[in-house]
Design a protein around this ligand. Structure first.
Ligand code: PHE
Length: 331
């Protein structure tokens, strides 16, 4: 068969192919290794026949491509018009992760303080006795220094028992004015109960500037408590003692569950204890080489577990540490 006749036959058949499968068979028949065309090409002796055969090959290849895309397009059109999608069918549920309640309150606290222009930091969990106790003016006989209360690695290293060492770190790193909040894990040798866990989180605030007062501390705590518990919350101070603040106070926030009326959560007092705070003790300033006559400051430390428990009304702290998704999914 000569090249022109072969080409015409092939093009006619390709044009008539009505399915991709049929087209594929034609491709093999006319262009495959054993096709008449390929055999003729292998046997070719003169230039003219070769050119004619090649021209036929290119034309057949092009025709296959063109037919293939038009068959595919037709198939797609058919699918689009015939396959009906029921948009009212329920979708497939994808498992979605959520933020742990501790992470949620951590972010609220971070946002509240970033809004006040505070620097947010997270210091080391393994501390030296010097930073965890000495520079914070803990008395040599203070009970927290005992290995019954604190996890010791050796004589000089502990798992920090509070975030307060951050105060010393930031005071040594930079000159005042300082406005920082440090958030992270702390450790105490407590037995696990519904209200205590040997590891928990605190956020620690420190502000050092000229002529700061207890009123500034109160306003700052009010700001973060309202961010955590709502705009109606009030804050009150009770006197207390901490080695590194003077005067020291314990802040209470008015109970958000009963609005201060008294309920199970606030033990019928209308108030909930939030942690510790106070004005920076002059000895702390001296320990980091600052003049207590020139600088004043306030500090506070509060637990994140407490905040998460109050926000979600979680009676047992263990829920926050056990990672049981059946419980955590509720938050
Ligand atoms: N570090 C104290 C505690 O864990 C809380 C505190 C922080 C008190 C800052 C005063 C100032 O109990």
């Amino acid at each position: 068969m000569d090249a022109g006749a072969l080409k015409n036959e092939a093009l006619g058949a390709i044009e008539a192919a009505s399915t991709p499968g049929e087209l594929d068979e034609l491709r093999v028949r006319y262009l495959g290794r054993k096709s008449e065309l390929k055999q003729a090409l292998r046997a070719v002796r003169d230039r003219e026949t070769g050119m004619a055969l090649n021209e036929a090959r290119v034309a057949i290849e092009d025709a296959v491509d063109v037919r293939q895309s038009s068959l595919e397009r037709a198939e797609l059109d058919r699918n689009l018009t015939q396959d009906v999608v029921d948009v009212t069918l329920p979708g497939e549920e994808l498992p979605l992760g959520g933020l742990h309640p501790i992470t949620q309150v951590r972010r609220i606290v971070e946002d509240a303080f970033l809004g006040l222009g505070y620097e947010v930091r997270d210091d080391r969990e393994v501390e030296t006795v010097e930073y965890n106790f000495d520079k914070l003016a803990f008395a040599p006989t203070h009970s927290a220094r005992s290995s019954r209360d604190t996890f010791f690695f050796d004589d000089t290293h502990v798992l920090r028992t509070e975030t307060s060492p951050s105060q010393i770190h930031v005071l040594e790193e930079k000159a005042p004015p300082i406005y920082m909040v440090s958030i992270g894990r702390v450790y105490r040798r407590d037995a696990i109960t519904a209200t205590r866990y040997p590891i928990f989180h605190q956020f620690e605030g420190l502000a050092v500037d000229k002529s700061l007062t207890l009123a500034d501390l109160k306003g700052t705590l009010l700001h973060v408590m309202r961010a955590l518990y709502g705009p109606e919350r009030r804050v009150r101070f009770r006197t207390h003692f901490f080695p590194f603040t003077e005067p020291s106070i314990e802040p209470d926030v008015s109970c958000g569950i009963c609005g201060g009326e008294g309920c199970r959560t606030c033990k019928y007092s209308g108030w909930i204890e939030m942690g510790g705070a106070g004005m920076v003790d002059p000895r702390v300033f001296e320990n980091v080489g600052l003049d207590p006559e020139e600088w004043s400051g306030f500090a506070f430390g509060c637990g994140l577990e407490r905040a998460a428990q109050l926000r979600h009304d979680v009676p047992d702290i263990r829920v926050l540490w056990e990672g049981d998704l059946r419980a955590l999914r509720q938050f």
